[in-house]
Design a protein around this ligand. Structure first.
Ligand code: GDP
Ligand code: MG
Length: 431
């Protein structure tokens, strides 16, 4: 059975923790999009880890961890991340990388950095991991599938020249900087290709066999619906689709095999990068939420940047669940709201004097103001509680209200960063 774990909102909803928890009963975990710009924080008996590229199943020795064809494969970050976890005592995980995956080239990272500084104040808030230039090249058909690295020097040089002719025009004329070092790039490829060769495999064949054998496969999404290039807050989005449906493409499996879609949504909002964020809060209120948030504060797992924070946004989340096709909602980080006397929730938007309930297109979104409803806080620590009925009534009310407004079943409540901080909840809603 194939399950997807995906983000409802802007990312950082706690997908890593939910994947790591669900991985306990999985055979395969696969990343199907995005790259090393992800930051999934996992706390387990080996310690606390921020995974960027590796799938969140790497802490379970029986699990095959896969990087699917849809991923932006950063070789150096991949190698470093394996070294990092193994140096902290995690046994070497089983890993397979699609032989069709495309490689993050050094000039992608360079272009990302150059473009961010060219745009200066108007930038997209990129993590400068090369993601946008990478996916642009993929669809412009000048990307590098990893299998192309194993050609002879002449064929490699021919492709390098073809790509560099284009890149150099921009480097010289738009960014006024040095051209691509073509020989250097050839060496860069040759220095890396043998390191990753042992991991390469025919992922779609492997997965299709695994489906026949009834294995449990987790598709692990990065970011969330609001960052989808089609359905998100374009153009303040990422460059690959974080929507469960794309899991079929980015892993190479039939869409009808994805039977369960666990859509992860945090009990308040956070976002990184620029873009409209209707329920955002500022000042002391924001500082308090940020510092109480996540596990040790809402600061980027990849960049360390303070995340923008706000109240839970029903309008965005309902839309996010719908686009993901949520069969289950995992409602996370509920414990962190325990400090609040009152918990505001954004239940609708006001657009040009009218109340709206459907998430609008970006141009309208920018003019929306939050319509807030306030809940009574529970004012205590709810970590360690494992039954929904044992939560304080105010916390139950908050979850019940959210579920009713979303219209999607909340079947998992996460009340702490560790694997064990999890409550499975019966829902009367059917997806
Ligand atoms: P991801 O990108 O969706 O995997 O989320 P991140 O790992 O970037 O951010 C979520 C943060 O919340 C991390 O610091 C997690 O350790 C933490 N976290 C996840 N679930 C919970 C929870 O239920 N309670 C608390 N307090 N922290 C959580
Ligand atoms: Mg994250």
């Amino acid at each position: 059975m194939v399950k997807a774990v995906v983000g409802v909102n802007w990312g950082d909803e706690g997908k890593g923790k939910i994947t790591d928890t669900l991985a306990e009963n999985a055979d395969i975990v696969i990343r199907f999009q995005g790259g090393a710009n992800a930051g999934h924080t996992i706390v387990n008996n080996y310690g606390k880890f921020a995974l960027h590229l590796l799938p969140s199943g790497v802490f379970h020795q029986n699990i095959m961890n896969i990087l699917g064809n849809g991923v932006a494969f950063d070789i150096d970050k991949f190698v470093n991340e394996i070294e990092d976890i193994t140096s902290k005592g995690v046994p070497k995980p089983q890993i397979m990388i699609s032989d069709r995956v495309q490689v993050m080239m050094p000039y992608h990272v360079l272009f990302d950095t150059l473009e961010e500084s060219r745009l200066a104040g108007k930038s997209f808030g990129s993590t400068k991991s090369g993601i946008a230039p990478f996916y642009s090249d993929k669809f412009a058909k000048i990307g590098w599938q990893i299998n192309e690295f194993y050609q002879d020097d002449e064929a490699l040089m021919e492709k390098i020249n073809r790509v560099a002719d284009q890149k150099d025009a921009l480097l010289e004329n738009l960014y006024h900087t040095n051209k691509i070092d073509r020989e250097g790039l050839l060496n860069w490829i040759k220095e890396r290709r043998d390191k990753v060769k042992p991991y390469l495999g025919n992922v779609s064949l492997y997965l299709n066999d695994a489906i026949k054998e009834n294995k449990t496969i987790l598709l692990e999404g990065q970011l969330g619906t609001m960052k989808d290039p089609d359905h998100g807050i374009y153009p303040m989005v990422t460059s690959s689709s974080p929507i469960a449906g794309y899991g079929a493409i980015g892993a190479g499996i039939p869409p009808y095999e994805i039977k369960q879609i666990v859509a992860v949504s945090k009990a308040y909002s956070s976002a990184v990068g620029a873009g409209a964020f209707v329920s955002e809060i500022f000042g002391d209120e924001a500082v308090a939420l940020r510092n109480h948030g996540g596990d040790g504060g809402e600061y980027g797992a990849t960049t360390g940047r303070p995340r923008r924070v706000g109240w839970y946004d029903i309008v965005a989340s309902r839309y996010g669940c719908r686009l993901q096709g949520a069969t289950d909602v995992a409602f996370t980080v509920l414990d962190d709201l325990g400090y609040l006397d009152e918990i505001p929730v954004c239940v609708a938007y006001e657009l040009d004097g009218k109340e709206i309930h459907e998430f609008p297109v970006t141009r309208d979104l920018e003019r929306c103001k939050p319509v807030i409803k306030v809940f009574k806080g529970w004012k205590c620590d709810i970590r360690g509680i494992s039954k929904f009925e044992d939560l304080p009534q105010e916390a139950q009310d908050y979850v019940n209200f959210t579920e009713k407004e979303l219209g999607y079943p909340i079947t998992i409540v996460s009340n702490g960063p560790a694997r064990t901080d999890i409550i499975y909840r019966e829902s009367k809603l059917k997806h």
